[in-house]
Design a protein around this ligand. Structure first.
Ligand code: PMV
Length: 330
């Protein structure tokens, strides 16, 4: 049995739409910041047939839908195919027992599946390390087979930059979750209809032509204003694609729009360095450098009926020592 821990990674250039839906090969680049919390622990062991068990933050069992279990089954089947192409056909002889213990609210735009599948990939890599030692790049392929955005969760800090070690730009992500109700249409279905939006082609072209480069440049230079412009532009563009797809997907709600409006005026009025970004859910991520934290935190904590999480840049999926695991799950 091997346990790995991971956290959500929040994209500043978003991934939406695939070249291959089965392999989750993205149509365009993306760039994210891995958070330092909340985390998920995934334990894997060899088993004749697939077993997936999931537990919520309070330790209660989360009922998994058939569709969710099938997603794990498919990811393992594809991972086995990939390992066999790497010359390790027997590294996973049959199937796996998977145990998930997550502190991350599911299906509200908090990147919980990216955290789960990056932890799963890291745990699988740990489990089969004697058969085949996987590189980070290979582990991220396995993560991607379960969730496209999970491949970024294998790296630390800002992914697409490959800057390892502790020297990451300290950006905080103060997260406001207005509604814990789980979304009805998941991102797997969303990626598959992305191409039906009349704005899809232009968005992919903009990322290819300048956005991803601008975002990388902003992170390298630690230019928060530039990061804010490009990340907000890309986030709103992704939601426009979602909303104009057939069928249309509306992940944002009135609370999201209210918070975004208030954050914009906070920025204009008080010159607080802060940017907003939303994934496939109403949750608003407020990124800010150290100088912005106090004001953004104060804003977040007066929101009624919202859950607030304070996180910052952190490391990607990693194996967990037994002692650390026992401490965390106690
Ligand atoms: O990895 P998936 O299939 O859950 O897709 C998630 C995509 C977004 O979170 C909406 C954007 C991103 O790049 O993380």
């Amino acid at each position: 049995m091997t346990t790995a821990r991971s956290t959500p990674n929040i994209a500043l250039i978003k991934y939406w739409g695939n070249r291959s839906n089965e392999l989750r090969l993205p149509m365009a680049d993306s760039l994210s910041m891995t958070l330092d919390r909340p985390c998920v622990d995934v334990t894997v062991g060899h088993r004749d047939t697939l077993r997936v068990e999931s537990f919520l933050a309070d330790g209660t069992r989360k009922e998994l839908k058939e569709k969710d279990i099938a997603r794990y089954g498919k990811a393992i089947e594809l991972a086995k195919r990939y390992l066999s192409a790497l010359g390790a056909a027997d590294a996973i002889p049959a199937s796996l027992a998977i145990e998930i213990r997550s502190q991350i609210p599911p299906s509200v735009g908090f990147a919980s599946s990216a955290a789960v599948f990056s932890a799963l990939a890291r745990a699988i890599a740990g489990l089969i390390a004697d058969e085949i030692p996987l590189t980070n790049a290979q582990t991220s392929v396995i993560a991607r087979l379960g969730s496209g955005s999970a491949c970024r969760g294998i790296g630390d800090g800002y992914v697409a930059i490959k800057a390892g070690g502790p020297g990451h730009w300290t950006l905080h992500d103060i997260i406001i979750v207005p509604n814990m109700e789980e979304k009805k249409v998941g991102s797997t279905e969303g990626h598959a209809t992305a191409h039906t939006s009349p704005h899809y082609t232009a968005r992919v072209a903009a990322i290819r032509e300048h956005r991803q480069r601008d975002c990388i440049d902003a992170v390298i230079r630690r230019d928060f204003e530039k990061l804010q412009r490009v990340a907000e532009e890309d986030c709103l563009d992704m939601h426009r694609v979602m909303q104009t797809s057939t069928p249309p997907l509306q992940y944002l709600n009135d609370e999201t729009y209210r918070i975004v409006g208030e954050v914009r005026s906070l920025r204009e009025r008080e010159h607080i360095p802060v940017l907003f970004t939303m994934d496939a859910g109403p949750t608003v991520h407020l990124f800010c450098p150290n100088e912005g934290v106090a004001a953004v935190r104060a804003y977040a904590h007066v929101q009624s009926n919202c859950a607030i999480f304070e996180t910052k840049v952190g490391k990607g999926a990693h194996l967990v020592e037994e002692k650390e695991f026992a401490h965390h799950s106690a």
